[in-house]
Design a protein around this ligand. Sequence first.
Ligand code: A3P
Length: 317
Amino acid sequence: LVKDQEEMNKKIEDLIATLPVDSEGSVPLYQFKGCWYPSFAIRGNIAADLHFQAQDSDIFLASPPKSGTTWMKALIFSIVNRNRYPPNESPLLTTHPHNLIQYIEFRHYLNGNIPENLDQLLKPRLFATHSHYASLPHSITHSSCRIVYICRNPLDTFVSLYHSPRSSKITQQDMDATYEKYCRGIIHFGPFWDNILGYWQASLEKPEKVLFLKYEDLKEDIVFQMKRLAKFLGFPFSVEEENEGLVEEISSLCSFESLKNLEVNRSDKPTRPGGPPANSFYRKGEVGDFVNHLNPSMVENLVTITQEKFAGSGLVF
Ligand code: A3P
């Protein structure tokens, strides 16, 4: 078995060596099945593709980085576990959302690790991924498990990404270089538009499998979107729960202000070895902050690219 594993690892390293690579960022990114990955996540993606067995009750949260993933992790965890933990006893009060729902490709199967404890996770099992729909591990797309996808307009996503610790310090030069890379799609789990289009198409073809959400819509009407989400997940709010104000209670527990101010989320320690600090996932939490950071020509250019990429898809941001 060890020998088989060694042979497999060798094959994967040989494969990675043949992939298109961009070595200019903080870590090299490799394009695999259309998606730009750091090598540890490619190994994780391949290991999950070979070994992960999805259960029909599993729930996946998929997103491009910096689109509201942390918020959605908090919401999904709270909705499906509300009978285990009332909001005032929620594990969210003491655990970072990223440690309640972990990434398949760079936590569970990090670097090709094969986890043994997935059966011990609470049911429904909750996982996250930044991979494109087309590069998801086989078992996820070929089972009845559900996928919630969240994304955000490209301007705010870029600004959020730019401020995340992955990027270098803020100078106009860095901003221009990062922007140029972003427009070419060479970012973690990019191109941004391909990441979105795959899940958008899947949500149109299989609405019972993929729920497509936008950060801006959640900001506009969180209660409505939470009810939609709960129904999709198979945990609809009852009339009694709605009358008791449970939806509002969960939404306020998971709000930006509430989570940001919890001690566990104010820490500057990483949420996973080598990952960004816990507090870096909470910056401003607003729609439209791009106006404070991008000049009009940057905005216009990104809007034009987005219109071209999404033309004919029915998607509008
Ligand atoms: P900003 O950088 O614009 O503030 P992700 O979780 O995918 O990394 O996305 C991070 C973005 O979501 C950051 O955006 C962060 O502030 C925002 N965010 C984090 N928690 C949030 C919450 N509970 N409500 C709304 N936005 C939140």
